[in-house]
Design a protein around this ligand. Sequence first.
Ligand code: ATP
Ligand code: MN
Ligand code: MN
Length: 301
Amino acid sequence: EVETPVTTAVGPGGTSSVKISNRTRVIFPEGKLTKGELADYYEAVADIMLPWAGSRPISLVRCPQGRDKKCFFQKHDAGSFGDSVKQVGILEKDGHEEPYLFIDTAAGLLTCVQMGTIEFHGWGARIEDVEKPDRLVFDLDPDEGLEFKDVASAAFHLRDVLGQMGLVTFPMVTGGKGVHVIAPLTPAAEWPQVKDFAHRFAMALAQADPDRFTAALAKAKRTGKIFIDYLRNQRGATAVMPYSARSRPFAPIAVPLTWDELRVLDSAAHWHIGDAAKMVKRAGSKNLAHWGRADQILPDL
Ligand code: ATP
Ligand code: MN
Ligand code: MN
């Protein structure tokens, strides 16, 4: 099968016109959802996705032949994505610089989709200063057997405790099993301090309520509990981006939401790539327009 060449152009309005090849290829066998449908989804949500997902180092989950075939996690590229997928040099531990990918336009987003990307994951820092995180994220991972209402009520508990410390937080359902509780940060503290805060916060919650929470990495210690995955807060770690599709059955999406919406939601995978218009409408609503925005720094712990 021959891939048609990719032509990328950014129109006068900044809108993308990226040629998507093999539009009819089935990427999600469950529901028979195609590459074309995935591209249409991303085209529709580009403007609401890029304010958060843009201009930060990203990792891609690429499944060129479909989610049920070989997939890979990719954070570097030698240039096969063309100019709309940009690169930022980041210093590695050994002192040399590695180019990491980032996007800041719909054309960049769609080019990744053309190259077989399903999921977009991002660093917790912007390219302007990759050493200073612009968010804290607590990735709540429920053990098998727990219900969504358990993870939702855990998210409310984190909201309350972080709120008492002066941090405003926003929830996001991942499209998988869990909820991410996100505190935007004005970049100031560096990674070691942010990770230390997240680690100590997670341990304190687990200590206070050991039947419900664990901060232990060992899977055996998670039985019946919610794992507070604080490790999304270390340098180089990524978390799934708002509005990313997931390479899971029926193409669910990660969705930022209000605390009121979370209170009545039935599942972390409630929405799917067919819900693009709904997402755009919601994002413009009064309650969601300020999602992920707060001018705040890490409190003492
Ligand atoms: P769920 O709600 O189902 O847990 P999730 O996106 O939070 O969905 P996790 O398994 O908790 O999924 O993964 C947390 C994060 O770890 C992912 O969002 C991703 O950024 C990162 N990650 C996942 N797979 C890889 C991988 N192969 N290499 C590097 N990082 C990964
Ligand atoms: Mn998770
Ligand atoms: Mn996790």
